[in-house]
Every structure is written in structure tokens, then in C-alpha cells.
Design a protein around this ligand. Sequence first.
Ligand SMILES: [Zn+2]
Length: 423
Amino acid sequence: MVRKMGVYAVLAFCLYGLFFYWYLFQFADAAVPFEFEGSKADPITFLNGRELSLSEEYSKVRNLLFFLSTPFEWLFYFLILLFGFSKAFKRWADSSSKYKLLQTAIYLIWLSFFAFLATFPLNYISYSLSKTYHISTQPFASWMKDELIDFWLNYGTWLIIVPVLYWLMKKSQKRWWLYGWLLSIPFTLFMMFLQPVVIDPLYNDFYPLKNKELETKILALADKADIPAQHVFEVNMADKTNSLNAYVAGIGSNARIVLWDTTLNRLNDNQILFIMAHEMCHYVEKHVYFGIAGYLLLSLLGLYLTYRLMNWAVRRYGNELKITDVRDIRSLPLFFLILSMLLFAASPLTNLASRYQETRADKYAIEMTKNSEAAITSFQELTRSGLSQVNPPLLVKLFRYTHPSMLDRISMLEEYEIKHRNE
Ligand SMILES: [Zn+2]
């Protein structure tokens, strides 16, 4: 039975992979719709032939990697349970220490280590692909360092969560999901508060804008939107990537707008001001807070479903999965498996909400700067620097796109341009 279930799971993963290979490489048509041909959103008008074919190739492989990596994680956790690895980790942990907390720490390090090994090949392929296409400029050692920071950061975070989670399960078999959720609220807020000042600097250097002339212009714009000057930062990314970006992070006194130095290097002042105005919309409309609120609401539902599904799986397949009791830490891979499935299933919804905020930010930015030429060319440059797809296939858009497609973004700006041409 166990072997049969393992074979079926691997087969299902292969079929799923083949489906996405067919969907992305054969079925999907990346050409812009007829009515946009020759418009400023049509990549033919701003990319050269080589950039066009590279962006098509690169996006297809990247999309495939994206769709493979999450279900691969599910397969990993499933097989870890099925073939008794989780049981073995627990045994090793129990025999190395008599302290409960230390046992949990040891169990978790084994699980994290195996997960790291299993997902490493796909991560490495993704990194070397982006290097081949000259998106990433990061040397292997620096990339590996980031991977290790990821590993320890994740390990540290779960080391705080997991003991509390299993303690709650023992205290209240029926309500642990609710108590866990209540505790996750202050924890999430605390992490969001710390992120820009403690976590992000582990990866990159943050500092005030270097170009003082540009800084004056940006701060004048920020002032117009009531954003304090000390909340605008530059981050050194040129050693890692050629692509462009800017974002808003943090909450409370740590809320900030961050511009990648690549963006500052590659775009002219008016283009940068448009990007900046877009970020300012996120800041003044408090999109981060709406994001957290939405995430917390979804996680209440998610934890409840996890509770139901875990009980069901252990009742029905406890023998095969080698979990006798949900409250035993051996069930942790099942917890991760269900959580990851729910997150993936919810991603079309969370992406939709994010795209809504991004559309608002684009509209705000063009109203504020009123320079559609600068706005359109900045998006064209964004497309070129990241070799991104202007018009992604539907499933890619649903599951991957936190921003509207460039087709939508540029054509919105073009409409604005046409509307205001005679004013
Ligand atoms: Zn945005």
C-alpha cells in the first residue's frame, strides 16, 4: 500500500508537470491581442528581435519552474511521511536529548535539512537560468550565502512557532487552530515591524539616496504626499541583479519606501519619479496594512481547514503516513503539506487583491506626475530589464502575477495619454 501510494504520488506529479509543459510551451499564445498590435504595449515596438525571443524563452522556463516547485514541495513532505523519515527524525531527536524543546529543535533541523537538500536542485536551476539570461549578476558564493540566510531564518522562525503550536494541540485538541491564530496576530505584526530593519539588512545594504539632486526631487514629491523624508531608502542590488524594482515595506515607524539602485541607475529622473509616485500610493493608502488584515483573515480560515484536514488525514491514512496522533510532532510534514496546498489554492485570490492595489497605484502615479511618456517608457524598460512577458498566459497570470500584466499597465497609461492629449 505504502509503495503504491508513493508511486501514484510521483506519477501524479509527473503528469502535472507534463500538463504545464504542454500548457506553457505548446498551448499558450503569448502574442498581444489583435487590438493592441503596434501599440506601446506591444513588445515589438520597444524590444529588439533578440530581446523578444529571449524574453519568450526565459519566461516559459521560469513559469514552468514556478509551477513545478510548489507541488514538488508537497511531494517531498508526502514521501517524507510515507517512507517513515518523519518517524526516524523523531527517533533521532528523542535519543539525542531528554529535553522536550531540544528534541523539537533537533527534529526540526533534520526536517529542514532534508527539505533544503530536496529543493536545492530546483533553486539552483532557477538561479543559473537567471544568470544565463543575464538577469542575475550574483556570483555563486553570494547566492549561496543568501540561501543559507534563508535557511537559518526559516529555521529560527519555525523554532518559535512549532513548539507553541504542538503545545496548543496538547492543551486543546479542538481549539488549537483558533488559539494559534490569535497568537499569530501579534507575531505577524512584530515580524512586519522588524522586517525592514532587522531581516532585510541581512541580505542587502540600505542607505539614504546617494544622488542628492534626485533625492531633492523625490523628497519634494514625497512631501506632496505627506511622507516623511527619512522613510525613503536606496538598496544596493546592482551586485545581484539587472532587473529593476521598488517597494514599500514595514509598519509603524519602520514603514519605508525602498528603491533598488538598479532602478536609479537605469531610468531617467522623470521615470524614477513615476515609479516613486506609484510606491507613494502604496504608502499613503496603507496597502501593507490591508495586506496584513487580508492575510490574517485568510489564515484564520486556513488554520481551521488545516485542523480539519489533519484530523481527517490521520484518521484515514494514519497507518500509511506513520502518524498515530495529530499532536505528535511526527505530523509536522503533514501540517506543512496542507499549509502549502492551501496557500497555493488561495494565491489566485491574494494575487487578485494585489493586482487591484497595483492598478490603483499606477493610476495615482500618473495623476500625480502627469507624464505619460516617462511612465510608459519606464514600464517598457522594466519589461526589458527583467525579460518579462507582456501578455502572460491566463494560468500564469492567475497564480503568479501580483502586478497587472505589462499589457494592462501600459495600455492603461496609453488611454490616459489619449484622454489628456488635448488638455
Ligand atoms: Zn506597486
